[in-house]
Design a protein around this ligand. Structure first.
Ligand SMILES: Nc1ncnc2c1ncn2[C@@H]1O[C@H](COP(=O)(O)OP(=O)(O)OP(=O)(O)O)[C@@H](O)[C@H]1O
Length: 395
């Protein structure tokens, strides 16, 4: 291998990390309405009253976690000089902690000394709850517990117990407030009414970002992340417009700006242009497609592989019956029983919906019947990258 060297390049970025997920801005822009309602719901805390339980919901990347951290930091700062207020906040992400039991253990451990932690098994549920209530009383004062991705908890016993702990007399010395956060818009409706009424005393819904709000978010990061005047006119507006059209997710809009900056840097450019944004978007979409295929069911992947084989031979667009025969050969080679024709049609429908293939229906007129033709919507190489794990095991 020839000598490879790395030398720092600094024409584009000033602080690239300001575009990464972990970076927390000092000020949260574009969320005025949400912040106002959330702020009002937290007001009892600073008044020394019992906190309300608050439920935040909205799609992914709309600033729920960021808003929570931002407001709780401000609340902690303003509570500090108030002598009669002793405020504690705890944040737990419930992703990966799938039961009330596991979340309760995580909360106990968060409140306890590192030397005094408990394990995830071996105690009856009631004992773990008792540990938790004891810890809360020991800490005392006002305790706000943030349960991010709360919809990952499969049973609702903790969600019933915790918000009512004080009124039920389980906790006497601490004033407790639960802040539940969820991306799953159905979660709230699926809760039993008794859980809903206590967990969701105050609700704050977070709307998807529109293009104007995304522009504010991006401009705030641009000022920190990029060198002066490196972004060409229209770059921020374009990222914001794509972001609003795709999903209204700030994370995706920030990723797009980062990828555009990376592309400009890879090309040794001195400016990030709209053309970089377009290419960055294509790259990110390809990444998403590859990821989508990777996580797709086995038979779905076999059907897609059949379409890919036909595409490689130049036989696409192909009719459903031809894909069906190709799929059956693939399944047999893989040593699995093929699924029914009906299921293959369903997979083709799903792949069309996902934008991985495109399907067109033809009608041959009277007596001729209808038929469909399918072809890949994505490049053969990105589809094969997505199918790579399957292809590795194909004899
Ligand atoms: N208004 C904003 N101003 C600045 N950055 C923001 C804003 N909203 C979101 N972000 C950034 O976008 C990313 C995603 O935001 P956040 O994690 O708060 O979303 P969320 O609604 O909690 O969704 P998820 O559950 O998917 O995390 C974070 O990096 C965050 O810093």
């Amino acid at each position: 291998m020839t000598d490879i060297t790395f030398s720092p390049t600094s024409a584009i970025f000033e602080r690239r990390e300001a575009l990464l997920e972990e970076w927390t801005p000092d000020e949260l822009v574009g969320r005025d309405e949400e912040l106002e309602r959330f702020h009002a719901a937290l007001q009892p805390v600073i008044n020394g009253e019992s906190p309300s339980n608050i439920f935040l919901y909205g799609k992914s990347g709309v600033g729920k976690t960021a808003a929570t951290r931002y407001l709780l930091q401000a609340l902690e700062r303003d509570a500090e000089p108030v002598p009669e207020l002793d405020l504690h906040t705890i944040e737990i992400n419930c992703d990966g902690l799938n039961s009330s039991y596991q979340v309760a253990v995580a909360l106990v451990n968060e409140l306890r000394d590192p030397a005094d932690q408990i394990s995830n098994t071996g105690y009856p549920q009631a004992s773990v709850y008792q540990f938790l209530f004891d810890e809360l009383d020991r800490v005392g004062g006002t305790v706000l517990i943030v349960l991010d991705e709360v919809d990952h908890i499969r049973d609702d016993s903790l969600l019933y117990k915790l918000p009512r702990a004080r009124s039920n007399g389980d906790v006497t010395d601490a004033k407790l407030g639960v802040i539940g956060i969820s991306n799953d818009l159905d979660f709230r409706n699926q809760l039993s009414s008794k859980v809903r009424s206590s967990l969701c005393e105050k609700e704050v819904s977070f709307s998807a970002y529109d293009a104007r709000e995304l522009q504010l978010v991006l401009q705030q990061r641009e000022a920190v992340a990029f060198r002066d005047d490196v972004l060409d006119d229209g770059v921020v507006e374009m990222c914001a417009a794509y972001g609003a059209k795709d999903s209204g997710d700030a994370r995706q809009a920030l990723d797009l700006l980062l990828e555009a900056g990376d592309l400009a840097r890879e090309n040794n450019g001195e400016l990030v242009t709209e053309s970089h944004v377009r290419r960055a978007r294509q790259r990110l979409q390809t990444d998403q497609v590859v990821e989508g295929i990777r996580n797709y069911s086995n038979h779905g992947q076999f059907v897609l592989y059949a379409v890919t084989l036909l595409a490689e031979r130049g036989d696409t667009p192909a009719r459903t019956k031809d894909i069906l025969s190709a799929y059956e050969r693939v399944a047999i080679e893989e040593g699995v029983d093929p699924v029914s024709e009906r299921s293959v049609r369903d997979y083709l429908g799903e792949l069309d919906q996902l934008g991985i293939i495109s399907s067109t229906e033809y009608n041959r007129g009277k007596g001729g019947g209808k038929y469909k033709e399918h072809e890949l919507e994505q490049s053969i190489s990105s589809v094969k990258t997505g199918l790579s794990e399957l292809l590795e095991t194909t004899p």
